[in-house]
Design a protein around this ligand. Structure first.
Ligand code: SAM
Length: 253
C-alpha cells in the first residue's frame, strides 16, 4: 500500500459475505450525480466510518476512524495552530467527524473557531445517525446534529465560540474568498481522486492561508510533498496514525 493512500484492498481487504453481514448497507441517491453505495464499517478503535463504492475508499482509516482524525487533524493541526480565533478550512465535510472533534477540542482549549468546510456529495441523515459518534465520544449529540443540519452556504453560529459554514461546492471550481490559519486536507486519496491533489489546488489553498498557516493531511506520498514544496510550503513528515508510517504537515512562511 502506498503510504497515505486509502485503497480498498488495504482498508477493506475482505469484502466478502463475512464482512458485509455486520455492515449496514445503504443506497443513496446523492445530489445530481450517480447512484452510489455506501457501507458503514466499524474500525479498529471501535469508531465507525463509511466506505464509498463510488470512490472505492473509506472516509477514514480502518485502523481507527476517530484515532486517525485526532492524530492528523486535531493533534498535528488544531493543537499546533496558536491562533485564537482560528479560521479553519476543511476539504471534505463528509461525516462531520473533524468538525465535531474540533468543536470538542476548541471547547477544552477555550479557542474560538470559524470553521469552513467544502463538500460536493453530502451524506444522508440516516447514515450520519448510524455513525454513533456522539455515543463513541461521550459528547452532546445535539451538537453533532446541529453541525449536520446547518444550512449550506450560510455562516451559522453553533455556539458563541464556534461558527460554521458548510460550502456545497466542488473544490476544483470553488473561488475561495476568505483567509485561513489551518487547512484540514481530507480528500480521498491521490489514487482515487488525483485531480484534488494537483498543484493548482495547493496553490489555491496556499493563497488563502495566512502567513504561518498550516495544512495537514493523512497522506505522505512523495509526489504530494514535492507539489506542496514547489508551491512554497515548508513540509514536515510526521509519524502517521496507526497503520500509516507517516503523514504530512505543511506550513506557509
Ligand atoms: C476522505 S472523505 C473525508 C470526509 C470528512 N473529512 C470526514 O471526516 O468524514 C473525502 C470527502 O471529500 C468529498 N469530496 C469528494 N470530491 C470532492 C470535491 N470535488 N469537492 C468537494 N468535496 C469533495 C467526499 O464526498 C468526502 O466527503
Amino acid at each position: 500500500m502506498a503510504v497515505g493512500s486509502r485503497p480498498l484492498t488495504a482498508y477493506f481487504p475482505l469484502l466478502t459475505a463475512d464482512c458485509i453481514l455486520p455492515t449496514i448497507y445503504c443506497s443513496l441517491l446523492t445530489s445530481k450525480f450517480n447512484l452510489y453505495n455506501l457501507f458503514i464499517k466499524t474500525t479498529s478503535d471501535g469508531s465507525k466510518t463509511i466506505f464509498s463504492e463510488r470512490f472505492q475508499e473509506g472516509y477514514h482509516s480502518v485502523n481507527g476512524a476517530v484515532t486517525e482524525s485526532m492524530h492528523v487533524f486535531i493533534n498535528a493541526g488544531f493543537k499546533e495552530c496558536a491562533k485564537n480565533p482560528v479560521n479553519i478550512f476543511e476539504v471534505g465535510f463528509g461525516t462531520g467527524l473533524n468538525a465535531y472533534l474540533t468543536y470538542i477540542e476548541s471547547g477544552k482549549q477555550q479557542v474560538s473557531v470559524n470553521y469552513h468546510s467544502i463538500e460536493l456529495f453530502p451524506l444522508d441523515d440516516s447514515m450520519i445517525e448510524t455513525l454513533d459518534y456522539p455515543a463513541f465520544l461521550s459528547f452532546d449529540a445535539n451538537i453533532f446534529r446541529t453541525l449536520h443540519h446547518a444550512p449550506w452556504n450560510e455562516q451559522v453560529v453553533i455556539s458563541p465560540k464556534f461558527q460554521l459554514m458548510k460550502i456545497k461546492a466542488d473544490l476544483l471550481k470553488v473561488n475561495l474568498t476568505d483567509q485561513y490559519d489551518l487547512v484540514y486536507f481530507d480528500a480521498f486519496s491521490p489514487a482515487q481522486q488525483p485531480e484534488l491533489w494537483e498543484e493548482s489546488i495547493f496553490i489555491k489553498l496556499y493563497q488563502h492561508l495566512n502567513n504561518g498557516g498550516i495544512l495537514t493531511t493523512y497522506c505522505a506520498k512523495g509526489d504530494v510533498r514535492r507539489s506542496l514544496k514547489r508551491v512554497g510550503f515548508v513540509t514536515e513528515r510526521l509519524q502517521g496514525p496507526p497503520g500509516k508510517h507517516e503523514m504530512l504537515r505543511a506550513k506557509k512562511g
